[in-house]
Design a protein. Structure first.
Length: 278
């Protein structure tokens, strides 16, 4: 009995340490946003603001409000990318899952192999390709580049969800006279809602944090997204306004946290609703 209690206690202590380790950077960013810039540079650092202030938040809204242009661009680019990526992943994933053609395995292998190469390795060819069709320094070109980056993983993810749906359901629908399109949109798609949400969230979150594509393909300041805009405007060569930068980080994180917690319950519901009785 004592060994069982000790084991449980040790497990919770380890979990608490891991949780504290993971949450500490978030805590540090949050408290730094309420410090003055002088206090943010103080050594040894204070683990709680000595004189809490909202100056960084006021300065962000009143003086450095160019940040909200990047914020708006981020929502547009991430939202459109997530929407188009999800739609394309549904069609592509369903085709690879249900249609067995000669090059099926090679298509899957090609998608898998594309994940082996870092993004930076294809930036030169991507820049050249978008330049040929006059899409450099445009939001449309950035969205296309991000969709191409998201598709391999999201298609494979949707394939796994479609594979989990029994073929017997579709065969019964065929017997009842349903077309392939009706089966996909009215029968199969509702059963893979968790996969659709996972793909949409992944694409949105990954695009929201993207820096390399935005910094490479966009030169006009008013078209930049959050990561590139903040890095190029608010990070100086010799000194940083850490209070302002951490304030930006907090405001930039809020939509992502809210989005995750809002959709979490729908993902769980989707998993239960998609269960198939024997």
């Amino acid at each position: 009995m004592k060994n069982k209690i000790f084991s449980s206690l040790l497990k919770y202590i380890v979990l608490a340490v891991i949780l504290a380790f993971l949450l500490f950077p978030i805590y540090w960013v949050l408290i730094t946003s309420f410090k003055s810039n002088m206090e943010a540079y103080r050594y040894p650092p204070s683990f709680f603001p000595v004189a809490p202030t909202l100056d960084a938040y006021i300065k962000l809204f009143e003086v450095n409000n160019d940040f909200f242009v990047y914020y708006k661009n981020n929502f547009i680019v991430s939202g459109v990318t997530a929407l188009i990526t999800t739609i394309l992943a549904i069609f592509s994933g369903y085709a690879l899952s249900r249609f067995r053609f000669k090059w099926n395995k090679w298509a899957v292998a090609l998608l898998l192999s594309s994940q082996m190469f870092p993004v930076v390795s294809r930036m030169i060819s991507l820049y050249d390709l978008l330049g040929d069709i006059n899409l450099i320094n445009t939001m449309e070109g950035l969205i296309l580049a991000l969709i191409a980056d998201m598709l391999p993983f999201t298609v494979l993810l949707m394939v796994s969800f479609f594979d989990a749906v029994p073929n017997a359901i579709e065969e019964a629908a065929f017997i009842d006279g349903a077309t392939r399109g009706q089966i996909l949109f009215t029968i199969v798609t509702p059963l893979v809602k968790p996969g659709m949400l996972a793909v949409g969230l992944y694409a949105f979150l990954a695009t929201w944090d993207d820096y390399l594509h935005a910094a490479t393909l966009i030169q006009t300041d008013t078209l930049r997204t959050l990561s590139a805009g903040v890095a190029l405007r608010y990070l100086g060569e010799l000194s940083y306004d850490w209070s302002l930068i951490n304030t930006i980080s907090i405001i930039g994180t809020v939509p992502m946290v809210a989005l995750f917690f809002f959709f979490q319950k729908y993902m769980v519901k989707g998993l239960v609703a998609g269960a198939v009785k024997g």
